[in-house]
Ligand binder design. Structure first.
Ligand code: NAD
Length: 473
């Protein structure tokens, strides 16, 4: 049910009052809430699978693996590691500063807003919430209106498992989100597209609210011609088929040496036939496109390409189905290189050298991830040092998301603000610096008080005359 816009300020105020009451401070309380998230995901998995089947045609295995399993895993691990993360720290300092007791307190940021998209609506809502609760924040969740069954289910499940004074779901579309964005928050965590990110960033700027923007973009794949082309095709196709290509880290386009293009196409055909012997159109192992609008957008991109379609995916607009489609000989300026594809279409751009592939990537916005298939260490190091992207993955695709100890974030157009496990906890935590000056160091501090003797000036400005080591260059 859409949340009444007029109630949104009260929801924020109630959560703020809870935060100020100190309820969220004890670590054991936070751990309980995190285990409750895991219990919710585990107990209600059938309802969640059904909702995502209805909204996105999501295959059950994909939901159990990427949405439910990941939520449980992150919630349980975060609860277990929280005592270590939340420890007050005492940094190493010079001996003469030790009596000041320099301390870093881990302070929750406060009451936060989490806005999530439709493509992985469960993990992309709970992953930030787990970090926010671990940090001791209270939170509003704003799931996507494009997955209405799931968003409604969330509104029903969250108060059953989590303290309703601590986490509330606001459902709705632009009017409700706009109202939320008018209010002051202590952090906004937005996952979605760059256009709306700019609206969110402008609203946050009015209150100087800190922000995480988890965005997307065109993630390229570079294939070294000496690599095993058959294995590369199998791994890339798997990475492209999850959620019918509607994943922020889907391989978006391929750069390969011109004379290897046809071998790659053949390998794609072989693996496609192995993955979906009867085609993907009616396969329960392949998802649907989220909306009519997105289906139309994808088929329009295809109708305008000047490349050659070599794996012809059938489309069924009425059921929002689109099979994987591979297009070769795609060149700069093509419709398939205009925007993030976010669907099961994979263009191949032939190049003549690694230099050309690097230039192609660098001429565009920094991607969320750069994929490269190569056994050549010097090629890998060239890609690390000569390109920029949120992540860089060698010899596979989005499997790297399974390593939740790695920080995940974009750079430039693909966003900013680190997440996953401790990185999400850190996002919602303020490092609060402190010293506690003892009375009996007064004699050592005497030189700071004016008027300064010549000797005091010498001592106070000693850093200016620090000997600077000679550099090797
Ligand atoms: P979406 O349309 O569901 O929008 C995301 C959220 O923004 C929703 O909650 C929606 O209500 C809100 N919203 C929409 N219009 C708004 C407006 N005018 N003002 C305020 N709020 C508004 O999802 P989407 O943006 O289509 O999601 C897909 C994008 O998200 C892709 O670009 C994808 O790459 C990116 N993405 C990034 C990550 C990541 O972790 N980096 C993960 C998933 C998706």
């Amino acid at each position: 049910m859409t949340t009444l816009v007029s109630t949104i300020p009260q929801i924020r105020d109630a959560l703020r009052a809870t935060f100020r009451s100190g309820l969220t401070r004890p670590i054991a309380w936070r751990q309980h809430q995190l285990y409750q998230i895991a219990r919710m995901a585990q107990n209600e998995r059938e309802l969640i699978c059904d909702a995502l089947k209805k909204d996105l045609g999501k295959p059950k295995t994909e939901v159990l693996m990427n949405e439910i399993g990941s939520t449980i895993d992150i919630a349980v691990k975060s609860a277990q590691r929280l005592p270590e993360w939340a420890k007050t720290e005492h940094p190493e300092v010079a001996d003469w500063q030790k009596p000041w007791k320099p301390t870093i307190y881990k302070a929750p940021r406060g009451t936060v807003l989490i806005i999530s998209p439709w493509n992985y609506p469960m993990i992309l809502t709970f992953q930030p919430l787990i970090g926010a609760i671990a940090a001791g924040c209270t939170a509003v969740l704003k799931p996507s209106e494009l997955v209405p069954t799931f968003s409604q289910l969330l509104e029903e499940l969250v108060p059953k498992y989590l303290d309703p004074n601590v986490c509330r779901v606001v459902n709705g579309a632009v009017p409700e989100t706009s109202k939320l964005l008018e209010l002051q928050w202590d952090h906004i965590f937005y996952t979605g597209n760059g256009r709306v990110a700019r609206i969110v960033a402008s609203a946050a700027a009015k209150h100087l609210t800190p922000l995480s923007l988890e965005l997307g973009g065109k993630s390229p794949v570079i294939i070294d011609s000496a690599y095993d082309i058959d294995l590369a095709a199998k791994r890339i196709l798997w990475g492209k088929c999850n959620n019918a290509g509607q994943i922020c880290v889907a391989p978006d386009y391929i750069l390969i040496q011109r004379d290897k293009q046809d071998e790659l196409v053949k390998a794609f055909q072989k693996h496609y036939n192995a993955f979906f012997p009867d085609g993907a159109l009616d396969s329960s192992l392949f998802g649907s496109i989220v909306s009519d609008l997105h289906h139309k957008r994808l088929t329009s991109l295809l109708s305008r390409t000047k490349g050659e379609i070599v794996l012809q995916g059938r489309a069924d607009a009425a059921r929002r189905r689109l099979e994987p489609t591979i297009v070769k000989d795609v060149t700069d300026g093509d419709s398939l290189l205009e925007e993030e594809i976010f669907g099961p279409i994979l263009p191949i751009v032939p190049v003549d050298s690694l230099d050309q592939a690097i230039d192609f990537v660098n001429a565009r916005s920094h991607p969320l991830v750069l994929y490269a298939f190569s056994d050549n260490e010097s090629m890998k190091q060239r890609l690390v040092s000569e390109t920029q992207s949120g992540g860089i993955v060698f010899n596979d695709t989005f499997q790297y998301l399974a390593v939740s100890e790695l920080p995940f974030a974009g750079v430039g157009e693909s966003g900013y603000g680190y997440q996953f496990m401790k990185y999400t906890y850190d996002t919602f935590t303020q490092l609060r610096s402190s010293i506690d000056m003892p009375k009996d160091v007064e004699q050592h501090l005497a030189i700071r008080y004016p008027p300064h003797s010549e000797e005091a000036v010498k001592a106070l400005t000693a850093a200016v005359y620090t000997p600077i080591p000679s550099s090797s260059l």
